[in-house]
Design a protein around this ligand. Sequence first.
Ligand SMILES: CN(C)c1ccc(C(=O)NC[C@H]2N[C@H](CO)[C@@H](O)[C@@H]2O)cc1
Length: 473
Amino acid sequence: RAVAAAVLAVPIALSAVEAASWGTTTGDGTLRYVTDAQGRALILRGLNTASSAKSAPDGMPDYPESMVEQEHRLLGTNFVRFLIQWRNVEPRPGRYDDVYLDNVAERISWYAKRGMYVMLDMHQDVYGPATNGNGAPAWATNTDGLAAKAQDPWELGYIQPGTLRAFDHFWNTTGQHPELRRHYANAWKHVAQRFADDPAVLGYDLMNEPWGGTLPGLAFERGPLSDLYQQTTEAIREVDLNKWVFLEPRAVGVNWGLASGLRAIDDPRPGEDRIGYAPHVYPLPLDIGGQYTGSSEKWTDRTLRAWSRAVTATARRQNAPIILGEFGIDNTKPGALQFVRSVQSTAEAMRAGQAYWSADPNDGWGPWNSDKTPSELAPVLARAYPRAIAGTPTRLRYDETTATLTFSFRDKTAVTGSTEVWLPPEDFPRGATVTASDAPGSWRQTWDPESRSLSISTPRTGREHTITITPAR
Ligand SMILES: CN(C)c1ccc(C(=O)NC[C@H]2N[C@H](CO)[C@@H](O)[C@@H]2O)cc1
């Protein structure tokens, strides 16, 4: 991995210099929030499900409904970044596989049954199976006969000559395949047509970890990547005016904390844009094999602060809510669980959604062992959080040392319902003690031990509300 990062670091160093010209604002966190049918701001927590789908012939993750129930109960998840693939949506040019989409719809219903939200992620790594990756169909893969051998580590596959060529044709950098981006946008249009009326589907993550082939990072993002996002958003809006469209920056560099060059995308829907920002974070010190200890921990923390500033700056440019689409680590590494807590705290301070990579059992990264029992990561992911806030959030923090959850919000017109908080059994075995900044007697709380859900209704006062929740003694 160190070799991979070093080889890749050259273009990054160049774009880092370029990126510096972009600068980043400190910002005060996200501007906007994804809201539910009652207008409440959603704080989304979930898993990426799942890497096993990448190689499955039917494109489905090896993750039964019983595991959805288990994660919802043990981790309190209310969200999933669900992997879908272009190869399964459009196995032949212009021909869509609706049986595949029926299978996706069934999985979505497992989450819907539990009040969970689904973001569909059009996943790719290293372009597609024909270049030893996953995602793109064979008919859309043009290597011109150049080598695209499997690599160890796998990331080096991105710079295989054949893979670079496949990406260059897709982005039409070669000028020889303008049809491929159109097919991609129309594949998304077909998916959106299928799920436009499914209330559990929150929106569409247009491309996982985009790579520009031979195009350097910022030119790639400002050019063909932003063009594809605009083209695809317009195609989706022909059939779906309401789901959120989520954009990812280029992976290399931005996952490490560099600024993104994405242009702001115009959403043709009537009313407010519904464009979200869904970056990933994989700090370079850990990506090149370091562990979250000593100097590597300090560098990683610097990375997380830079990442937060850069992501907030890009989200501001787009006026977009933020969902951290991926973060993860090999749990066997020293300091791994503390790293996960650091990322959770960083995303909380931005009031961003979070999806951990990944739900797959037995890969040493996820919350499940190979026998599907909870791993040592599970209680770390089982973190108290407000699932839906009856206003505009202004502050969110969980102090794991004292198991104290504090959040603040302002009243917002047209919001109905109460604020809903999930509390894990480990930290809140006997429920919670709740204090509010509102006058005693003006607010109410209800605790449901079965769903571990705390409901808090607050009066409309025009003043900021602050709620503090600690374990009941
Ligand atoms: C050279 N390029 C383009 C590159 C290198 C490395 C990653 C990566 O580690 N990604 C982090 C995780 N994300 C994927 C799934 O989206 C996982 O397989 C990686 O662990 C991405 C791209």
